[in-house]
Design a protein. Structure first.
Length: 322
């Protein structure tokens, strides 16, 4: 495979270009109180399902100002996301769903899920939403100490949980589950698979979770072998993407197969096939081939491979089909 660099445009990636998470100040209560009460503070509301709110008249998230936060959600603890454009950004994760229609009307907004938001919002806002959803999910799922069973309390601006038992006091940190996803190539064709539950014609790169004591490269080799029977040799990193649905990090790779033999070993895939660029182009044209969603690392891996292998731009090929 060529070594030419290609642009990486994974949605949700690149948030650090606009946001300083201010991790070193999460324990500074006086500073946090000052940030919460300042006029520039912005608050993102997430309901218990992990959805937020989109302005009705614009493609932007509906952020609350400090006065609105005090009026509507004064008792909801705020978790610091960081500082962007000189403004402190916070998460308000609701434990109980308010009357959805009433809140939508009050905010002049509509509810929106992360998948839709990733396709509609700017990279910065999509990244903030993804960050907030991942943090809110961990907070919601982490209520009791795994060491002694005592209730936990939020500390460090919502980024740690501390056991309330004086005899324990264990700290709990947010969890991220690493998963790999890979485009595998053999003699000018790439390996794609599909699950029986997917829409007709949809194909994607092979993926799976990393196991304990396993490197990312070895996870690629194991998952590809388990799902398709294909043996993989060289593995090279491409890009990564937070995937808080609910708590994963997708790490994308480019890999070379040692042989093309396919054997669906673990039953996760309905089918796996090798595709040449010409077959993908023809399938897109006649409707027999559908790409992964643009939201995914899989789409970006396929776009990279087509660009490198055949000089084709997947966005252009799919413009009339998405």
């Amino acid at each position: 495979m060529k070594s030419m660099a290609a642009p990486v445009t994974n949605i949700f990636a690149g948030l650090s270009l606009v946001l300083d998470r201010m991790a070193e100040r999460r324990d500074q209560e006086a500073w946090l109180a000052e940030q919460c009460s300042c006029a520039q503070a912005r608050y993102l509301v997430l309901d218990p399902s992990g959805e937020s709110y989109l302005l009705r008249e614009a493609e932007h998230l509906r952020w609350l100002g400090e006065a609105e936060r005090r009026e509507l959600f004064a008792d909801v603890p705020a978790s610091l996301l960081g500082i962007a454009e000189g403004c402190p950004h916070f998460l308000l994760a609701l434990d109980e769903a308010p009357l959805a229609e009433a809140l939508q009307d009050r905010l002049a907004a509509r509810r929106i899920g992360l998948r839709e938001a990733g396709l509609r919002l700017s990279a910065a806002e999509a990244g903030l939403f993804a960050y907030a959803k991942g943090l809110a999910h961990w907070q919601r799922e982490t209520r009791f100490c795994s060491g002694c069973g005592a209730p936990l309390e939020r500390v460090a601006a919502g980024h740690r949980m501390r056991c309330t038992s004086p005899s324990c006091g264990r700290l709990h940190f947010p969890r991220t589950d690493a998963a790999i996803i890979a485009i595998v190539e053999y003699e000018g064709a790439c390996l794609l698979g599909r699950q029986a539950s997917w829409p007709k014609g949809r194909w994607s790169a092979l993926a799976g979770f990393v196991e304990p004591g396993e490197s990312l490269e070895d996870a690629v080799r194991r998952e590809v072998s388990e799902e398709s029977g294909v043996r993989v040799g060289e593995v090279h990193y491409h890009s990564s993407q937070p995937w808080p649905l609910p708590a994963s990090l997708m790490v994308g790779f480019l890999a070379q197969a040692l042989d093309p033999s396919i054997d669906l070993r673990d039953g996760e895939l309905e089918e796996a096939r090798w595709f040449t660029p010409a077959q993908i182009v023809a399938g897109l044209a006649d409707g027999s081939f559908a790409t992964p969603t643009r939201l995914s690392v899989s789409y970006q891996l396929l776009a990279h491979w087509l660009r490198e292998r055949a000089g084709l731009e997947l966005d252009e090929l799919t413009a009339d089909h998405l």
